[in-house]
Write a protein that binds this ligand. Sequence first.
Ligand code: ATP
Ligand code: MG
Length: 380
Amino acid sequence: MIKGAEEIIKRLNEQGYPSYLVGGCVRDIIMGNTPNDYDITTAATPERIMEIFSHTVPTGLKHGTVTVILNGITYEVTTFREDGAYEDNRHPKEVTFSKELKDDIKRRDFTINAIAYSKSEGFIDYFDGINDIKNKIIRTVNNPRDRFSEDALRILRGIRFSSRFGFEIEEETFKAMCTLMPLIKNISGERIFSELKGMFEKEPAKACRILKDTSFFKVTDFKVNEKNITKLEVLDKKSFEGVFSILTEGIEDYKSFLHSLKPSNRVKSTIRKIKNSLNFKIENKRDLKLLLYEQVCEEELEDIIAVRKALGCDNVDLNMFYEEIRKNNECFLIKNLKINGNDLLALGYKGEDIKKTLDFLVRRVIEDNGINKKERLIEI
Ligand code: ATP
Ligand code: MG
């Protein structure tokens, strides 16, 4: 157990508050993975947590969460909590603090995420999560129909955990996912986006098979090219943008679903560039430079190359071409020409003609990098 978390739990215990590590970090430790964050659950109220520790941030007081900073590491410390009735298939109407660990554990989504641990008491596992980790099973805490109706986002979380860890979804849990998938329409686009992103960056092929089997694509009107799901298995760079582009290859109307997820402009433009790149035929280094010039897509190139490879677009090795271009410092942008607008101005060119001439020259240089010398370009 990480020293800082141990220290926080010890200090809370000294003040008489039972406290434990809980959730994803306990699951990760049992599975032998390094947790990406540490959640502590405690009988102390947020006010008491802030009195006991000198460096705190009131991150989510309404939900009882205080961030404690110890030796530069942050820990989310949350008061034992019971969720009241849920509204809109996502949010509990009210949250009440509790003195009992069990109340806090039973509001959690899956058995594998519902294990508490402290150094003095060891694992506290009311819902047999350790066995489910051993047997690689995703199962809700208590009745899956109730739990998914309370909060439909849990359906996507379950699919994310199943695909990421390669765990089987327990039968009743899976049936409830299928039946209740339509509730996903009540979940905000942003939340759906962040779950899909989590899935697509880890095990996209597995995730998409489960999304298909549970009717996610149908319910959300996310039109996908189903035969491309297997191609995700050979995708070298797993990103939301790359996976989305492969799934919607050949689908005209992909934008309405994408926009409903409210992604950043950056995500949208990366997808647009990947999709545009698919119209290019690349047979040699010159073709690749032309793509980089016309689409201004150097930053997206890794995604573009990975997607094209997964879709089997090329017979040539684009990575090798790109390495060569970089190594030789080959010019494919106007700004890297050995002549600029001012030079042309001095030669008597004006307005539009300057732009047209630079465009003409960069295309010539893309054909033959050897001519990228000032005198030669003036001559041309
Ligand atoms: P990850 O590794 O993706 O962060 P995690 O399990 O830590 O996985 P978090 O979203 O960080 O997921 O949540 C921490 C814990 O809070 C979960 O392990 C779970 O116990 C509980 N939790 C989170 N979201 C929900 C939810 N929608 N319903 C019930 N419990 C939840
Ligand atoms: Mg977490």
